[in-house]
Design a protein around this ligand. Structure first.
Ligand SMILES: Cc1cc2nc3c(=O)[nH]c(=O)nc-3n(C[C@H](O)[C@H](O)[C@H](O)COP(=O)(O)OP(=O)(O)OC[C@H]3O[C@@H](n4cnc5c(N)ncnc54)[C@H](O)[C@@H]3O)c2cc1C
Length: 470
């Protein structure tokens, strides 16, 4: 008997293994695997340039795993799905859920419209350990603070689902003629970033295995050292779903139950917390969670913003982070906190500027993690870093990049400076600068703000909020 035809709609689950929707679809019939690039529904949150580059390669890789059977579309998913249903005998459509507010709105509409046509719509959890509505306080409200969210909410809930195997799939022939190049042409700068990242499901698995072998044992302290290989760099793979968090969680657990592993798992918990915040506060990317920050006296300064974006602030640790982002599409978490604090506190520029720049430049740009983290940095979010905690990029450099390897890699104009002055070249004696061939204001900028003074200004600005409130 001929098998019924079902669609698996790939979204942020670009993998075959541990893919709950695909797994179920494969049991129901012959699968038509599709991907739809939707540039309209996300509005201001359409993918940034670095994410598009990643997606390009991720789709090539997925298509290869599917023996070139992935059908690609560009446009409004509702129209495309209605059209597919009209022209082929589709019985059911499967997908894994996404949690961006625009996605929830779009998918709800699609579900209603297709169900009206008699199509069976089945959605699954393919990208979170615990979905937001499962982790709530006893009174039914969402957690606002990370530790109880994770300790009491997540860890006291049923364990995350164990990873599923790769299904044995029977795919039908392609129904579309578009290629990855048609829907996502590569920009001319893409080679440099691509060279930093093996992309796709098989590479994601390799990266996880390598991290579990070599990185995780040093994770707790090592995760703060940007020059060392002790973080997983799995974030873009997780964002695009080349790996599921379940595979990462159980992979980590299989290494034992040390503090290092618990710490690593709690960072996956921060990812869950970000999704919970976005789900329960759909305006998280735009609106301060703490509304008193709506009155914050932000500065407008295009020159400062440009210097920050280009890694030309004259503060080596900040510039190194911003250049890592520009050159690789990634920035180490320690640096994300340092450059974020510098933007919103020393420069007093609105966190939206940071959120937007990261959105465009990060290969792991993720609406939940990016918005929640920027609110955290600015002090206006849930469980945020207190506003008065202002990272000092000089002492941060001395502490977390003590040999200066990271700064020298991304700010090579300073590489001949001794460690003592590497993080604050403006304090170096003239003769030493000359010997290191550093000419401040010429081949490396003078600091665009005085760190002490700008810190004081930030505290005063924050104080003004408190006074207005009383
Ligand atoms: C201002 C700012 C913006 C950020 N924007 C993003 C973003 O757009 N996308 C993104 O995935 N992460 C974001 N983060 C969180 C964090 O910096 C990255 O997840 C982490 O650096 C990724 O590197 P890794 O995979 O080596 O992390 P690891 O240390 O190896 O951690 C493992 C995984 O846990 C998750 N994770 C770790 N830390 C966090 C965190 N603080 N919040 C949420 N999830 C976390 C990630 O999925 C990560 O891959 C941001 C942080 C800051 C301070």
């Amino acid at each position: 008997m001929k098998q019924p035809l079902v669609i698996h709609w790939f979204r942020q689950d670009l993998r075959l293994a541990d893919n709950p929707a695909l797994y179920e679809a494969s049991k129901q019939g012959t699968v038509l695997p599709i991907y739809i690039l939707d540039n309209k529904n996300p509005g201001a949150y359409a993918m940034g340039a670095a994410s598009r580059l990643w997606l390009h390669h991720a789709l090539l890789s997925l298509n290869q795993s599917l023996n070139q059977k992935l059908s690609l579309y560009l446009g409004n998913p509702l129209t495309i799905l209605l059209d597919l249903v009209k022209h082929h005998h589709i019985k059911a459509i499967f997908w894994n859920r996404c949690y961006e507010p625009w996605c929830i709105k779009r998918d709800t509409l699609i579900k209603t419209q297709l169900q009206k046509k008699g199509i069976d719509i089945q959605s699954y959890n393919g990208s979170l350990l615990w979905e937001p509505w499962h982790i709530k306080k006893e009174d039914g409200t969402p957690y606002k603070v990370f530790t109880p969210f994770y300790q009491r909410g997540c860890l006291q809930s049923p364990l995350p689902r164990k990873p599923l195997p790769t299904p044995s799939l029977i795919c039908c022939d392609k129904k579309a003629t578009l290629t990855v190049n048609d829907i996502l042409p590569l920009p001319d700068w893409s080679d440099k970033i691509k060279a930093c990242w093996p992309i796709g499901e098989a590479n994601a698995k390799r990266r996880l295995t390598a991290f579990l072998k070599k990185g995780i044992a040093n994770y707790k302290e090592g995760r703060n050292l940007p020059a060392k290989p002790f973080v997983s760099r799995l974030s873009p793979h997780l964002h695009f779903g080349e790996l599921s968090p379940n595979q990462v969680w159980y992979g980590a657990k299989s290494c034992g139950d040390s503090q290092q592993i618990a710490h690593f798992c709690s960072e996956l918990g921060w990812r869950e917390f970000s999704y919970s915040q976005l789900y329960f506060n759909p305006t998280l990317p735009q609106k301060n969670l703490q509304t008193k920050f709506d009155r914050f006296p932000w500065h407008q300064n295009q020159k400062h913003l440009k210097a920050w974006q280009k890694g030309q602030t004259g503060i080596p640790m900040v510039d190194a982070g911003m250049r890592e982002l520009w050159q690789t599409g990634y920035m180490h978490n320690r640096l994300r906190m340092i450059v974020g604090s510098f933007l919103v506190k020393n420069l007093l520029l609105h966190w939206h500027h940071g959120e937007r720049w990261f959105w465009d430049c990060l290969v792991d740009a993720d609406l939940a993690s990016n918005s929640a983290s920027w609110q955290w940095i600015a002090g206006c979010g849930a469980d945020a870093a207190p506003y008065f905690r202002i990272f000092n990029p000089v002492t941060q450099g001395q502490k977390f990049d003590p040999e200066g390897e990271y700064v020298r890699k991304f700010v090579p104009e300073l590489k001949a400076l001794p460690n003592k002055y590497l993080f604050s070249p403006w304090e170096a004696p003239e003769a030493l600068l000359e010997k290191a061939q550093v000419v401040l204001g010429d081949n490396y900028p003078k600091p665009i703000v005085d760190l002490k003074l700008s810190r004081q200004q930030a505290l005063t600005a924050f104080q003004s909020l408190k006074q207005e409130a009383t």
